[in-house]
Design a protein around this ligand. Structure first.
Ligand code: SF4
Length: 296
């Protein structure tokens, strides 16, 4: 097996593992929330979730029928020796994992309105690149974005006078309309910037941050906590069937804005928050840092 084939096999195994195992931080948070939701439907839904995860592990099958559209967020070291092949490797790994996991066929070509049957299509899997100067490693985040959760996000530029209150209103409007679509408890990713596309991208990047982490800016952290407390008061509960908690957390990422514009983007992850991160070195050794102790 040459190095390219080795990378395809490694990343296919990475995708398969992510489809059936939630990351450590999400599992921990869901366990904590289960301890708080001890009554009625909420307790039953948590019981079903944990049974579902146990069976996904035992049967080596995806933990949700909607395995999503695959999105990769790559921090590419400029000295990583396989950089030229990486986009191709990610596409091939997606095709291989689609057969092996197996993953639902979720890539429909726009205009042809035809399902490609292998989760690969025009610009899909989506690959977002960040360059890391001087590094010989690559860090790849995988997000399996389902049709009910983080795909139906939104972003818009507010009227300047709407201010931060406008951001909060937009977030609560979205959660009280589409929130239940995303099988709560949700992780809410919010991007704040000067334009719609930057806010949208940051809202997805916010979902890549661990559950329980906070924005280093103290005001942003305060906003994360206040929105989280407010959303929990809505009482969506697990599965949207009522309970004490609606969200696993709220993560905000921001970019400096034009003085006349304030844009907000929002992405909502469901309880099956299939996010995985792997760091691969130039000798092809790896660290699956979101799922500690796992060998692929
Ligand atoms: S929202 Fe999440 S858990 Fe619910 S069906 Fe979609 S991917 Fe599955």
């Amino acid at each position: 097996m040459d190095n390219k084939e080795q990378l395809i096999s490694l990343l296919s195994a990475f995708i398969c593992h992510a489809s059936s195992h939630l990351p450590d931080d999400v599992l921990k948070r869901l366990g904590e929330m289960r301890e708080i939701e001890k009554e009625g439907f909420a307790a039953t839904i948590y019981e079903a979730m944990f049974e579902n995860m146990k069976l996904a592990d035992e049967l080596k099958r995806p933990s949700c029928q909607d395995t999503g559209v695959l999105q990769f967020f790559v921090k590419a070291g400029t000295k990583f020796p396989y950089l030229d092949d990486l986009a191709d490797v990610l596409r091939e790994a997606t095709i291989k994992a689609t057969k092996e996991a197996p993953l639902r066929h979720n890539a429909v070509e726009v205009f042809e309105e035809k399902n490609t049957g292998n989760n690969v299509g025009h610009r899909i899997p989506w690959i977002d690149w960040e360059i890391v100067p001087g590094s010989s490693d690559v860090e790849i985040y995988l997000y399996m974005a389902g049709g009910g959760c983080s795909l139906p996000g939104f972003s818009k530029v507010l009227m300047p006078l709407e201010g931060y209150e406008g951001i909060i209103k937009a977030v609560f409007d979205q959660m009280t309309s589409y929130g239940v679509n995303a099988c709560p408890p949700c992780l809410v990713g919010i991007g704040i910037a000067g334009s719609a596309e930057v806010a949208a991208k940051l809202s997805k990047k916010a979902l890549l941050r661990p559950v329980g982490s906070h924005n280093p800016n103290p005001r942003a952290k305060m906003m994360e906590e206040e929105i989280e407390n407010g959303l929990n008061k809505i009482g969506l509960g697990p599965g949207g069937l009522g309970g004490k908690l609606s969200v696993m957390g709220v993560n905000i990422e921001q970019a400096a804005r034009h003085p006349a514009t304030l844009a907000v983007g929002m992405n909502t992850a469901c309880w099956a928050h299939r996010r995985a991160g792997i760091k691969i070195s130039s000798d092809l050794s790896y660290d699956l840092f979101t799922h500690k102790g796992v060998t692929l």
